[in-house]
Design a protein around this ligand. Sequence first.
Ligand code: TEU
Length: 552
Amino acid sequence: MAIDRKWWKEEVIYQIYPRSFNDSDGDGIGDIKGIIEKLDYIKNLGVDIIWLSPIYASPNDDNGYDISDYYNIHPEFGTMEDFDTLLDAIHAKGLRLIMDVVFNHSSDEHAWFTESKKSIDNPYRDYYFWKPGKNGGPPNNWQSFFGGSAWEHDEKSNEYYLHLFTKKQPDLNWENPKVREDIYTVVKFWLDKGIDGFRLDVIPLISKRLDFSDTNLPAFNDVIAQVYSNGPRVHEFISEMYNSVLKHYDIMTVGEGPGISTQTGLDYVGHDREELNMIFHLDHMFLGHGPRGKFDPVPYDWKDIKKIFNDWYKTMGDSGWISIFLDNHDFPRLVSRFGNDKEYRIESAKLLAMLILTMRGTPCIFQGTELGMSNVKFDSIEDYKDVETINYYKEFTATGMHPDEFLKNVHEHGRDNVRTPMHWNKEKNAGFSTGKPWIKLNPNYNEINAEEVLSDQNSVYYFYRDLLTFRKREKTLIYGEWKVLPQNSEDLYVYERFDSNYKILVILNHSNHKHIFEADLKKYSLCFQNYIKTDTNELMPWECRLYKGMND
Ligand code: TEU
């Protein structure tokens, strides 16, 4: 079956975390007008679709992933008029905008919840999950993604409500048709404004296992996959949303997929499924998360990463689609996590760019990654803002982990690594804000910033830009098949993309060592490499190369 061609397969996503992107009014928080100021920067990079993390009204318990009004823009980001101006400006530049929507839960300050909490017989009571306790405690032993019980007790009614994230993020009850109807009305409102699609936050969690039985699974990743995600009605709900609203617009949808595995992936994104266009699966992103999650790290290596990429290619085949990414607002900077942000920061950042832009799937680039921005290492827990980090700091240090050890884990795996403000130049606050930024900057903005990088033709930025231009032109990289070329060293990832006309050979040495690769280069011409040297079969540390040839 020939793979079907779609614009959202050919284009590239650029994620903006608005709080940290660009502050136009000096309050230390990025805003919509700040994004408008930088649209040419984004356009010139060569990306196509902007994924905007939530900008709706929110108490910011989880930086906007706790929405208190789906129909209004948070004043710290601007007004609805500012949003309309942004959308028009994005379209005028030939770009698209997808909005991040959070429908698994709302904020506890949303009117639905404040009503629901008023009394047991309130009409909004079953917009959420309320349960009596058991044996003087919560209804079951479910834990929140962000530490502690997934249930919060309400004195007034002596019942508990479910929150798989913070207690200020109560889970919406999708079993209730009124909830679904209200959600579809929100979806239609934003689509009628002319946006180009949605990123759907934790969409596999919206169907709960209604027996709410205890779990005895030891590892939290297994609880996510087998207890919280892929519930009995998840596909019915997503398909209903598709058929009620989504299918009537030429848009794209990408589901964030904690707990979606290669066994369940096609159920969400199969072309015949009438559900989602693609998913951000998290198999590679959850690598290293031990039994108690990311701050209880376990070792992993590139063998694990490559197996996941190989398995997902085989799973999707020509029947489904995924996004290809190595960082976003929830995970560390890719050059620090998967590359070498010390001796080989530039080389490894370029190698990872080549991987993202040459695998089959819609690439997604997180703001600042195109500059080679790296993790931050704040020396005090007080400098961290992420609720996940703060909650787990309390939990882990209360159960015996030394604060210094926890801080080391935060340096490796904390979400604030990637949420420090963008580096625009080497001026005060890296040009992000004239006020006091909501979170400290990474002090390396003197060395890594857009102004510096844009003045260097050999920078990571131009490597992304040139590869993005090449990818747009080369349909073989978008629709072509993919196969690994086995190598003598585990440190190499060598693969081919091919169709009836061309073949593109990608060679990645994801190590600090030199290696010889096995490939017959006779029928290829070298198009890209991150070292300036002759094209022998010897690879330098973190060397990447892309060759193109006829597929005769
Ligand atoms: O993330 C949910 C998720 O599965 C993880 O990425 C999670 O954030 C955690 O870091 C894993 O250890 C989504 C959003 O991307 C995240 O920003 C929100 O905090 C979360 O849902 C709740 O809305």
